[in-house]
Design a protein around this ligand. Structure first.
Ligand SMILES: Cc1cc2nc3c(=O)[nH]c(=O)nc-3n(C[C@H](O)[C@H](O)[C@H](O)COP(=O)(O)OP(=O)(O)OC[C@H]3O[C@@H](n4cnc5c(N)ncnc54)[C@H](O)[C@@H]3O)c2cc1C
Ligand code: SF4
Length: 324
């Protein structure tokens, strides 16, 4: 691990005015420090975000506001989150371990780096870690990698659970950058697909930080669910996960939201499956027809082929359960 300097500025203004190229923000440190210890990243200076006053979880005009420094455990346990946005709480409780959830934050979870083993082992080439060096996963161990959104340069998945729930709920992010104030960006526009630049993962500008996540309310949010399929029942990343929200009245699906985790280069929304559900009766045959299309457009790299059928089954299970 390369030596580094740690600074602890106060407030967002202090943090942003102190920022220099080569710096990295540190929140809970549960991902960043592991990457530093393995020499995957080597920032010269860490800016601790703990004094940023971004820890609050609040309701503003009915929308949920999550400060970027709120911990995963705090958000999962919050009474309003559990009642109005249960998919968020469930996604978090199925993430990592209690110890990691006590340290890990909303902002850090959104920016967790891929769990592709080649990326995390500097003994291998990797286009994401060293642009232009190659992608050994394409012909190697790709069992856990993406079937949606990959490219001939990278098929890594985004590993986090929380952003899958947030994607289904049309969340927005507040971002603050040195010298240019704040902006609000839909989460759907935050992540970048790998294309031929897999090292560029988000729309963040130099020195820009996530300050807040805003989640709108709605009947689909209140009636929402997270299903996570993995190799073991705890402390494991998703092979496939589904965040589903259904608004149903008089037996008819008025609104449907579905996003997938574990299968996409970014949390992966399924608009065609949502469209196949809206206006239909909330019954098993409709769910089966819609879920059968959940693998449309998937591309297998070989060992991850099983994820295509697993995706269909996970979506079907989630729809049946949330409608029960
Ligand atoms: C064994 C293990 C199992 C795990 N299993 C799961 C799992 O099943 N599901 C899951 O979702 N996660 C899982 N995780 C990952 C864990 O949830 C993340 O490590 C955690 O969410 C990261 O949050 P953090 O605050 O510690 O981020 P940090 O490690 O502090 O930071 C992560 C990255 O985000 C950047 N960053 C942090 N905050 C901000 C901000 N506000 N603005 C801009 N940049 C910022 C940092 O610069 C860094 O690049 C697991 C982790 C471990 C160790
Ligand atoms: S899939 Fe992406 S992260 Fe994994 S080795 Fe290939 S380029 Fe690197």
């Amino acid at each position: 691990m390369q030596s580094f300097e740690l600074i602890r500025p106060r407030g967002i203004d202090g943090i942003l005015s102190d920022w220099h190229p080569g710096d990295a923000f540190i929140a809970g440190g549960t991902d960043l420090l592991q990457l530093m210890k393995n020499d995957v990243v080597a920032p010269e200076r860490l800016t601790d975000l703990d004094n940023s006053d971004l820890h609050a979880i609040s309701l503003v005009d009915g929308s949920l506001h999550l400060g970027a420094l709120a911990t995963m455990a705090e958000v999962a346990a919050h009474v309003d989150v559990k009642r109005e946005w249960p998919v968020i709480s469930q996604a978090l409780l199925l993430s990592a371990s209690p110890q990691v959830r006590n340290m890990g934050t909303v902002g850090g979870n959104l920016l967790q780096r891929t769990r592709c083993g080649y990326f995390r082992d500097v003994g291998f080439d990797c286009n994401k870690r060293r642009p232009g060096s190659g992608c050994p996963a394409l012909r190697g161990d790709n069992r856990e990698l993406a079937i949606f959104g990959g490219s001939s340069h990278c098929i890594a998945t985004h590993p986090s659970d929380l952003p899958v729930a947030l994607m289904a709920l049309d969340a927005q992010l507040d971002l603050a950058a040195p010298g240019s104030g704040t902006r609000r960006l839909p989460l759907a526009q935050f992540y970048r697909l790998p294309g031929d630049t897999p090292h560029i993962e988000t729309a963040l500008r130099p020195g820009e930080m996530i300050t807040n996540v805003v989640v709108p309310p709605g009947p689909h949010a209140r009636n929402s669910l997270y299903v996570k399929v993995r190799d073991r029942t705890s402390f494991a990343f998703a092979l496939v996960s589904a965040a589903v929200g259904l608004a149903v009245s008089d037996g008819v699906i008025r609104d449907a939201r579905i996003a997938l985790g574990g299968v996409g280069a970014m949390p992966w929304r399924l608009p065609h499956v949502e469209a196949a559900l809206r206006g239909q009766r909330a019954d098993t045959s409709v769910f089966e027809t819609a879920a059968a299309r959940a693998g449309d457009g998937a591309i297998s790299a070989g060992l991850n082929k099983f994820k295509i059928e697993l995706t269909r089954r996970t979506v079907l299970r989630a729809l049946r359960t949330v409608a029960a």
